[in-house]
Design a protein around this ligand. Structure first.
Ligand code: NAD
Length: 295
């Protein structure tokens, strides 16, 4: 059997960013409106600083305004809430993203719920989660949206396929399952208490792994020819002391059985920022009652 086709998230995310940039240019030219993304970072978490820098770079490259708000780690919660209130009212800001995790003294859910649902480009506000579940127009969390775009690009129509989502977090697993239901897949959500996980995974035409456990899903769990989307990002130490980024899927064995698979890195990861830009454009268009047909 030949190895699985590699689903190239770097290539596809570049296409998504290009199409967003083209729409932004049209919006600036025809409507004199520049979409704006505000990113709030509280504290100095090194990984978060890297993410925020990349988000800023990509936002500017897409022709959007990028507003960065870096606050010290000991900023009281009410000051973060006041900043969000100001961003909610700011007409130049169409998307608001609060970089997670927040310092422990801040109630993350309270902060998420303070963001106007119309500007909630992470899609974490309960109003957006509810609209997604009810099948309405919502802002969809970026990582599951990016995973869905990769799936549709690889498989075309998804209707009728059996999909297994491993993980039930609000950020990835649950919205991923909702998106696949919307695409008329038959969806199973597996989690830490699922019995016979290999048996459940073996039934799936589509496997989404969003667990946070390095190389947990093995090749012999997979139905031959299935499509595997590996959301996991895990840093492991190799015997020589060097460190390596791996997914939740054991790539070496899975690539021998699957029909198509995302690598880590270079699969879902780059899609997350591309979808953040897409969501900012969508939020801006909705706030200004503009159509984005064909995006
Ligand atoms: P989480 O810890 O919030 O959720 C993990 C889920 O896995 C839980 O629902 C849990 O029930 C399930 N789980 C745990 N152990 C299990 C087991 N043994 N068998 C089956 N299910 C099990 O994590 P999350 O925020 O959803 O993230 C999941 C992974 O995706 C992490 O590796 C994270 O780094 C990665 N991630 C990547 C991106 C990206 O941009 N590519 C974005 C978000 C998260």
């Amino acid at each position: 059997m030949t190895d699985a086709k590699l689903i190239d998230g770097n290539l596809f995310s570049a296409k998504v960013r290009e199409s967003v940039a083209a729409r932004v240019a049209e919006m600036v030219e025809h409507h004199k409106i520049t979409p704006g993304l505000a990113v709030v970072l509280v504290g100095e978490d090194p990984a978060s600083q890297v993410y925020v820098r990349t988000k800023h770079k990509r936002t500017v490259e897409a022709g959007m305004n990028s507003f960065e708000h870096k606050l010290p780690a000991d900023t009281p919660e009410h000051e973060v809430l006041l900043l969000i209130e100001a961003l909610n009212k700011d007409p130049q800001v169409h998307g608001i993203l609060v970089q997670l995790p927040l310092p422990k003294h801040i109630d993350t859910q309270r902060v998420i719920e303070a963001i106007s649902p119309a500007k909630d480009v992470d899609g974490f506000h309960p109003v957006n989660a509810g609209r997604l579940a009810a099948g309405g127009d919502s802002l969809v969390p970026c990582t599951p949206l990016g995973s869905l775009l990769l799936l549709k690009d690889t498989l075309g129509k998804l209707g009728g396929l059996d999909a297994v989502v491993i993980g039930r977090s609000n950020i990835v697993g649950k919205p991923m399952a909702q998106l696949l239901i919307k695409e008329s897949c038959t969806v199973t959500v597996a989690h830490s208490q699922t019995r016979d996980l290999p048996g459940v995974v073996r039934r799936a035409d589509i496997v989404i792994a969003a667990v946070g456990k390095a190389e947990m899903v093995k090749g012999d769990w997979l139905k031959p020819g299935c499509t595997v989307i590996d959301v996991g990002i895990n840093r492991i130490e190799l015997p020589d002391g060097s460190r390596k980024l791996v997914g939740d899927v054991d790539f070496a064995s899975a690539v021998k059985v699957a029909g198509a698979i995302t690598p880590v890195p270079g699969g879902v990861g780059p899609m997350t920022i591309a979808c953040l830009l897409r969501n900012t454009l969508v939020a801006c268009a909705r706030l200004h009652h503009l159509s984005l047909k064909g995006l």
